[in-house]
Write a protein that binds this ligand. Structure first.
Ligand code: URA
Length: 209
């Protein structure tokens, strides 16, 4: 079973309830996705490697921790993942950013790559893959397949909502990838939407409904 971290902080849960409401307008929805993205990033990055450096405070010299190693990489699954970019970068502004674009082949129902651009040397970076919804898990698994092929070894997946079906699919395909989410919802419906969920995240972030 992949590690699943549900961030049950009251601020996250309050903001998530606002997102779920069908009457929340696009402008507010987009802002809140960013805010929750920021708070989830805080949790997802809690074990980033640090090293000690010697600094001078106004009063003394001390050994102080700073982030070590290469800059982390954020990989957004297009297009809804982009709604979480700004929140992530507000916490970790030095992160490198990549994008994965996938569409579903309507005959095979398999995800097909149409865009892939990621930072170099992924093998030396902590990699965070973001997509608001872990529904069937098909695109998350395909995106993580691609970042692993590009060399990534240390990967976490950050989403706003996860369905049990998506967690199971990720667990089978990528048991080494921890999932950080604000909620594990009840189920998927027959159209692949998370229930109770929040609807189509991409449409609600970008106002394309
Ligand atoms: N993608 C969405 O945007 N919403 C869902 O409920 C499932 C997948």
């Amino acid at each position: 079973m992949a590690e699943v971290i549900v961030v049950d902080h009251p601020l996250v849960q309050h903001k998530l309830s606002l997102l779920r409401k069908s009457t929340t307008p696009t402008v507010q929805f987009r802002a809140i996705v960013g805010e929750i993205g920021q708070l989830l990033t805080f949790e997802a990055t809690r074990d980033l490697p640090v090293e000690e450096t010697t600094i001078d405070t106004p009063l003394a010299t001390m050994a102080a921790p700073i982030l070590s190693g290469r800059k982390p990489a954020l990989v957004s699954i297009l297009r809804a993942g982009n709604g979480m970019l700004d929140g992530f970068l507000s916490i970790l502004p030095t992160a490198r950013v990549g994008f994965v674009g996938l569409y579903r082949n309507e005959d095979t129902l398999e995800p097909v790559e149409y865009y892939f651009k990621v930072p170099p040397a992924l093998e030396d970076r902590s990699v965070f893959v973001v997509d608001p919804m872990l529904a069937t898990g098909n695109s998350a698994v395909a995106a993580i397949d691609l970042v692993k092929q590009a060399g990534a070894k240390s990967i976490k997946f950050i989403c706003l909502l996860a369905a049990p079906e998506g967690i199971q699919r990720m667990t089978q395909a990528h048991p080494d990838v921890a999932i950080i989410t604000a909620s594990v919802d009840e189920k998927l419906n027959s159209n692949g939407y998370i229930v109770p969920g929040l609807g189509d995240a991409g449409d609600r972030i970008f106002g394309t409904r």
